[in-house]
Design a protein around this ligand. Structure first.
Ligand code: INI
Length: 175
């Protein structure tokens, strides 16, 4: 039987001591976003992050998150960012514009700057759906965002420009 392929692997660990994070939080629907924020902070703290290494910035609404994330990234201070918001569908097309521009803008912010931006913006039809995802039936998306930020911060350190490419160990190659 042919040898099983042993690829080199690069993973982002969930160890966060010494990493720095910023969290941009929308005040719109703060009943939800503050719960997401608490859970994100909980995930960071349980993973060893100190309060002095986290900055929280409040913005009016989700639409303001992309510019804020980009400005935070350009300070070159943070290993990863988290953008927290909650957009609830109304009776007009406003929801669609806010959702699409917020997600597009956050993706651009991380692609343009190279600093990971974790997307923790709930886009829900009803308040009940949002409550479920902010600590009720659907867990808490803020906690997941905190863990994703740690993983992406670690991974980004390993994938920095000029970092040695990881190849299988000599032992694995001899097999
Ligand atoms: N902002 C939100 O974060 N969530 C919403 O549900 C929302 N709705 O429904 O209008 C919302 N609008 C405000 C928007 O994000 C901007 O703050 C505002 O348009 C000023 O630029």
């Amino acid at each position: 039987m042919a040898d099983k392929l042993q690829p080199g692997k690069i993973d982002g660990e969930l160890r966060a001591g010494g990493l720095r994070f910023a969290i941009a939080v929308s005040r719109f629907n703060s009943f939800i976003t503050e719960r997401l924020l608490s859970a994100a902070l909980d995930a960071l703290e349980r993973s060893g992050v100190k309060g002095r290494d986290v900055t929280v910035v409040h913005v009016p609404g989700a639409f303001e998150l992309p510019l804020t994330a980009k400005k935070l990234a350009l300070t070159a201070t943070y290993d990863a960012l988290i953008a927290i918001g909650c957009v609830l569908r109304g009776e007009t097309a406003h929801y669609d514009y806010v959702c699409s521009e917020t997600s597009r803008g956050l993706q651009l912010a991380q692609i343009d700057t190279g600093v990971p931006v974790i997307f923790c913006v709930l886009t829900c039809d009803t308040l009940e759906q949002a409550i479920d995802r902010a600590g009720l039936k659907g867990g808490n998306k803020g906690f997941e965002a905190g863990l994703a930020a740690i993983e992406m911060a670690q991974l980004s350190r390993k994938l920095r420009p000029g970092a040695p490419a990881k190849s299988p160990s000599a032992k694995a190659r001899r097999k």
